[in-house]
Design a protein around this ligand. Structure first.
Ligand code: NAD
Length: 357
């Protein structure tokens, strides 16, 4: 199978590509325009494979997308390209509307024309897999705030109620994908996943940011009281789930993916500080670096996923617990401080590939 992965130079996309090249015989085309969040160095271990090709292209550019389709004739598309950072969406929503909504629309239209011209088995087996977030469902009550709160989880039929420009843009793109399935019969799959963590995450998101700040003795800012709850999934478990869905999922279906690891942000940061204290002892206690800052506007209290459908129907379950995954993550960042520096200053792509970001 030849898979076209959009956003393959990002955190989750690169994990998906490493999984496919290392564990299957499939071919992968990585379509990515290399925003600040896209890093080809994350793909170094597979980029020499003859089953891997990189195409620098923008999903908002129909001509570029049509060219990549015509040149590579993919059997399926895994669409991960997106603007993904909630804080950035609050500071400047325009890129989120442009890539997440308009870009998805352009990709869907290009796919519809390409798929419409396919024939036989290639047409019947074609899939468009849209990778989305649990944030489209809005927030669940905090366990302290409703008697039945802990029992409530997002299911595939939970009504959409996004809170941030990021989640609203992802919700919009989910609606477009569903509409292209219902209206045009495009064989789509949608997955909505909880918070990912693990190696190669750009150091602006909570876990890598805390690790790097702590090592530099900088403050560790937490929004509000740090009591927001997220369900954490190790990124390689997500990559395996996505491959299951693209190869075995039923067209037209949605699958929720989660780690059954609900943690308050403060507990995540405590866990990171404690592992760092053990692996990189400091004369100051890392936990003492934690400070509480004004809460993010529209900040959702709790997300939690019911992933029983993908477990039951496709036989997927996470391999990592939070404890094993978070330790692996800290160890990876400690071994890869150079990667962190290079993705922050863009030097790998500039110096090694002549690619501008
Ligand atoms: P990321 O920000 O790390 O990577 C996004 C990638 O998309 C980058 O490589 C970037 O260069 C590329 N990209 C952005 N705009 C593009 C455009 N216009 N054309 C082509 N490429 C473009 O994001 P991530 O954390 O890997 O998330 C991937 C997908 O998974 C996103 O759709 C996100 O909404 C979804 N998701 C993320 C999480 C999470 O915890 N990170 C959880 C659930 C779902």
């Amino acid at each position: 199978m030849k898979l076209l992965v959009t956003g393959g130079a990002g955190f989750i996309g690169s994990a998906v590509i490493r999984h496919i090249v290392n564990n299957t015989n499939d071919e992968v085309i990585n379509l990515d325009n290399l925003t600040y969040a896209g890093n080809l160095e994350s793909l170094l271990e597979v980029s020499d494979s003859e089953r891997y090709t990189f195409e620098q292209a923008d999903i908002r550019n129909r001509t570029e997308v049509d060219r990549v389709f015509a040149q590579h004739e993919p059997d399926a598309i895994m669409h991960l390209a997106a603007e993904s950072h909630v804080d950035r969406s609050i500071d400047g929503p325009a890129d989120f509307i442009g890539t997440n909504i308009i870009g998805t629309y352009i990709l869907l239209e290009a796919t519809r024309r390409y798929w419409g011209a396919l024939e036989g088995g290639k047409k019947a087996n074609f899939r468009f897999h849209h990778i989305s977030t649990d944030e489209v469902y809005g927030e669940l009550p905090h366990p302290n705030e409703a008697a039945d709160a802990e029992a409530r989880l997002f299911t595939e039929s939970t009504a959409y109620a996004p809170s941030s420009p990021y989640s609203a843009s992802k919700a919009s793109s989910d609606h477009l994908v569903r509409a292209w399935s219902r209206t045009y019969g495009l064989p789509t799959l949608i997955t909505n996943c909880s918070n990912n963590y693990g190696p190669y995450q750009f150091p602006e998101k909570l876990i890598p940011l805390v690790i790097l700040n702590a090592l530099e003795g900088k403050q560790l800012p937490l929004y509000g009281k740090g009591d927001q709850i997220r369900d954490w999934l190790f990124v390689d478990d997500h990559a395996r789930a996505l491959y299951k869905v693209i190869t075995e999922g039923k067209p037209g279906e949605t699958y929720n993916i989660g780690g059954q690891n609900e943690k308050q942000n403060i507990h995540v940061v405590h866990a990171l500080c404690d592992i760092l204290q053990e692996l990189c002892p400091s004369h100051t206690c890392y936990r003492d670096l934690i400070i509480f800052v004004k809460d993010r506007p529209g900040h959702d209290l709790r997300y939690a996923i019911d992933s029983s459908k993908i477990e039951r129907e496709l036989g997927w379950s996470p391999a990592e617990t939070f404890e094993t995954g978070i330790r692996k993550t800290v160890e990876w960042y400690l071994r890869n401080m150079g990667w962190c520096r290079r993705v922050q200053d863009g030097s790998y792509q500039r110096e090694r590939l002549g690619v501008s970001t």
